[in-house]
Design a binder for this molecule. Structure first.
Ligand SMILES: [Zn+2]
Length: 408
């Protein structure tokens, strides 16, 4: 495990920022810089069937070391970092024996990780913490996950007395731009289930996420000189504005939490002739999710009745679904991870994600895939940091899961 921090520091220095709106995968060639390095390291560690494809998916196998039949399981992490903040020239700073005070990330620029703003950092007093230098993100999301999986595999190879079945690992590109699951070859991976190592603090575990749809509503009007518009002009912006008021104030992102769903008006654009509203619809409950979509359709119907059939057009598509649907029939997947944590005296913190994950998409592609903590805080920001003991704990969870699958 001593190599965990060293690996992590090495990986975060490699720029792997992904960019949205690019058709090909990976969206940026530089993601290969880390992926190719991982291929070499996996071979060095002694893993088998180490492959990388033209889309930057790295796969490898740790063969079983038991005689009996044991389910093949997998661990997944992503190599890219978010385009929200630059991941170039990441200069990680290691703070040993953290004293619980504000951390001056960058003296020159006056950038401080303040305990007032981020009080949860105080729980890590006495620990080793890795931060940025204030000018970039850190990339613990998800290079912490990558380093943990690598270190766990290394550890299992070096400690053959720990019994385990066949383990597959995969490092994916483009997770941060929502495309990490797109070209994931589930058949080639060949695991019965897997875990993404891509979450926050110690104990975090997630197997529920939103059901998600996107809706675009187009309103058509008619422009006439305003001086002679009486009875003729139809202003699409006024119709769109009326439409936007037909959703409850209590069902927006800014008024909901936990298991409460919402309608979120993303953008409104318009002219007299044509206006557009873009929404996302979210709910953990599939039935309520469908009811929300029905509400959107019914509203469009009402407006058509009032303003004419061609006045309003709805384009609505489902984006992803709650992985709970696929995980719940196989609750041993959840139990195994929680048992592993408990065996290590880690208190599980089971949460529902208010968003989606690659694991959710993979679950619907036939690979049930809950998410386990990787340790990062303040992801996608210059204040991102990771406590090293949490990364160590996540590494141990991987090892323990491997062990429990083979010995239970
Ligand atoms: Zn991530």
């Amino acid at each position: 495990m001593e190599k965990l921090l060293e690996r992590f520091l090495r990986y975060v220095k490699i720029d792997t920022e992904s960019v949205p709106g690019v058709e090909q995968i990976p969206s940026t060639k530089k993601q290969f810089d880390l992926a190719n390095l991982l291929v070499e390291e996996l071979k060095e560690i002694g893993l088998e069937e180490v492959t990388i494809d033209e889309n930057c998916y790295v796969m490898a196998t740790l063969p079983s070391n038991v005689d009996k039949e044991v389910p093949t399981i997998g661990f997944v992490a992503h190599v890219d970092t978010t385009p929200d903040l630059t991941g170039k020239n990441v200069n990680p700073q290691v703070w040993e024996n953290y004293d619980g005070e504000d951390i001056v990330l960058n003296k020159e620029k006056g950038i401080v990780l303040s305990t007032e703003e981020f009080p949860e950092i105080k729980q890590y007093v006495g620990q080793t913490i890795v931060t940025t230098d204030g000018t970039t993100l850190l990339g613990a999301d998800d290079k912490a996950g990558v380093a943990e999986i690598m270190t766990a595999m290394d550890y299992l190879v070096k400690n053959p007395e720990i019994k385990h079945g066949k383990i597959r690992i995969c490092f994916t590109p483009d997770e941060e731009v929502g495309k990490g699951a797109d070209l994931f070859d589930v058949d080639k991976f060949g695991a019965e289930w897997a875990y993404t190592m891509d979450g926050g603090p110690m104990g975090e575990f997630e197997y529920e996420n939103f059901n998600a749809a996107y809706a675009e509503v187009t309103f058509r009007g008619q422009n006439v000189h305003p001086g002679t518009a009486k009875g003729k002009m139809v202003n699409s912006m006024n119709i769109a504005a009326k439409f936007a008021t037909k959703f409850p104030d209590s069902e927006t992102p800014e008024t909901t939490e936990k298991y409460e769903g919402f309608y979120h008006l993303l953008t409104m654009t318009g002219s007299v002739e044509e206006s557009k509203l873009q929404y996302i619809i979210r709910d953990h409950d599939r039935t309520i999710f469908e009811a929300r979509k029905d509400h959107m359709k019914a509203l469009v119907g009402t407006f058509r009745n009032e303003y004419g059939m061609n006045s309003v057009e709805l384009n609505m598509v489902d984006q992803y679904y709650n992985m709970k649907e696929k995980v719940e029939p196989n609750m041993h997947i959840v139990d195994l991870a929680l048992d592993a944590m408990k065996a290590l005296d880690i208190e599980p913190d089971v949460k529902a994600i208010r968003g989606g994950t690659d694991g959710a998409r993979l679950s619907f592609m036939g690979l049930p895939c809950p998410n386990i903590f990787a340790g990062g805080h303040n992801m996608h920001a210059r204040y991102e940091y990771v406590p090293v003991p949490t990364m160590k704990a996540a590494t141990k969870v991987i090892v323990k899961i491997a062990e429990l699958v083979a010995t239970k």
